[in-house]
Design a protein around this ligand. Structure first.
Ligand code: CP3
Length: 368
């Protein structure tokens, strides 16, 4: 049972007092809220995915987008890493382009490439065609979250969405891009159109996260994976207002909000200001330095380099130890990688990292 109640209007409301031991009182949610924890909680971005043989098996004959729309598959794939690694949180199996597809954008997720958009968004008419969404447009997500919450018991479920800049990059470029050149050209050359597009994407994202929260997720993560491509001044001018609309729009929702991007060392303070309870940090910025930039009012999440998992175990162990130590400088620390699990990762190393983080950070109960 989750520590969420559903009222007669179907809106989930957080209990004032989280049920002791329930998901809202879990080490993960407590760390997000900067409360004392029995151990540093740990989960991995992309923990549900190609590093797991059981995932590859279940996905063998099912396309990525189709699997995201089947609640039975979403539930099984989301649970796989929880069973195998003993992580402190599950993350919903989905993709950042799922709500955009629900909003009417024709796209596919191509294996080995990523999202590919049939007709890239370049004009005001293209922006207008991105429809607002509601629960009925993503009923499969609502259903999957409800199934998961009932099966996860005391383990919290993280919902997520892509942030306006990262989503806009896929829509404008038409697919993954190293430079984001078309996106930036639109941003600098047609700022009004940019703000219309980012504003529309913020509405879709906010609605999508609300569906997940009403269905019972215990936290949400807003992925602005590619925001690190921008200077702080441009981030503040072109992106921050839209990410703020999403995160601040959830201020009353009663669940912690995590905000993450890659290469965002210069943006950490601004990303916190968008309305995050937790700021995700990649491996480039030590957590104690990151905390200095983010301030005492927010927890941090991170930040083992996913490539380090390919090093000999003593090297992995030393790095995990360093990160747990540096995380103590923050008012709350959720251990994670600095970006997603790479497909070639040995899953047994992930399991060992979870056990090690728990062991290194275990606090005697009387201190908790
Ligand atoms: O375990 C989890 O973290 C939950 C599942 C999840 C997926 N995508 C599944 C997925 C999450 C949280 C995402 C978010 C996502 N999708 C992001 C933000 C996180 C990040 O990595 O920065 C981004 C940028 C995307 C877009 C996207 N979708 C990319 C770049 C790719 C990889 C392309 C490839 O094949 O290498 C995808 C596809 C994707 N999303 C896969 C998975 C498991 C692989 C598809 C497959 O298994 O065939």
């Amino acid at each position: 049972m989750a520590a969420m109640t559903t009222d007669t209007t179907g809106t989930a409301a957080p209990d004032d007092e989280p049920r002791p031991g329930g998901p809202a009182d879990s080490p993960f949610v407590r760390a997000c809220r900067r409360r004392p924890v029995p151990h540093t909680p740990v989960w991995f971005m992309r923990q549900a995915g190609r590093s797991l043989p059981e995932y590859r098996e279940i996905r063998a004959n099912v396309a990525m987008l189709e699997s995201c729309r089947r609640p039975d598959l979403v539930t099984e794939i989301t649970l796989q890493p929880v069973r195998r690694h003993g992580v402190d949180a599950a993350i919903l199996f989905s993709d950042i382009v799922v709500p955009v597809a629900a909003a009417g954008v024709e796209l596919d997720i191509v294996p080995g490439t990523g999202p590919v958009v049939a007709e890239p968004v370049r004009t005001a008419a293209d922006v207008e065609r991105i429809r607002p969404i509601g629960r009925d447009d993503v009923g499969y997500v609502d259903e999957a979250v409800r199934m998961l919450v009932s099966q996860l018991g005391d383990t919290p479920l993280i919902g997520f969405a892509g942030a306006p800049f990262t989503l806009a990059s896929y829509l404008v470029e038409g697919g993954p891009s190293r430079t984001h050149v078309k996106t930036k050209a639109l941003m600098y050359g047609e700022p009004e159109l940019w703000h219309a597009l980012a504003g529309r994407l913020a509405e879709v994202t906010l609605a999508f996260l609300r569906v997940q929260i009403e269905a019972g997720v215990s936290a949400v993560q807003l992925f602005d994976s590619w925001a690190g491509a921008l200077s702080e001044a441009d981030y503040r001018r072109f992106v921050l207002p839209h990410s703020t609309a999403v995160l601040s729009g959830l201020a009353d929702a009663g669940v912690p909000r995590i905000h993450f991007g890659v290469g965002t060392g210069e943006l950490l303070g601004a990303m916190g200001e968008a309305g995050a309870d937790v700021v995700g940090v990649d491996w480039r910025t030590p957590l104690d330095v990151a905390t200095g930039r983010i301030g005492p009012d927010r927890a941090v999440q991170g930040n083992l380099d996913p490539c380090l998992l390919f090093a000999p175990w003593p090297v992995v162990e030393a790095e995990v130890r360093r990160i747990v130590e540096q995380g103590r400088a923050a008012p709350g620390h959720v251990f994670n990688l600095g970006h997603g699990v790479l497909p070639e990762t040995d899953p047994e190393v992930l399991t060992r990292v979870v056990a090690l983080v728990h062991e290194l950070s275990a606090r005697p109960a009387d201190q908790g």
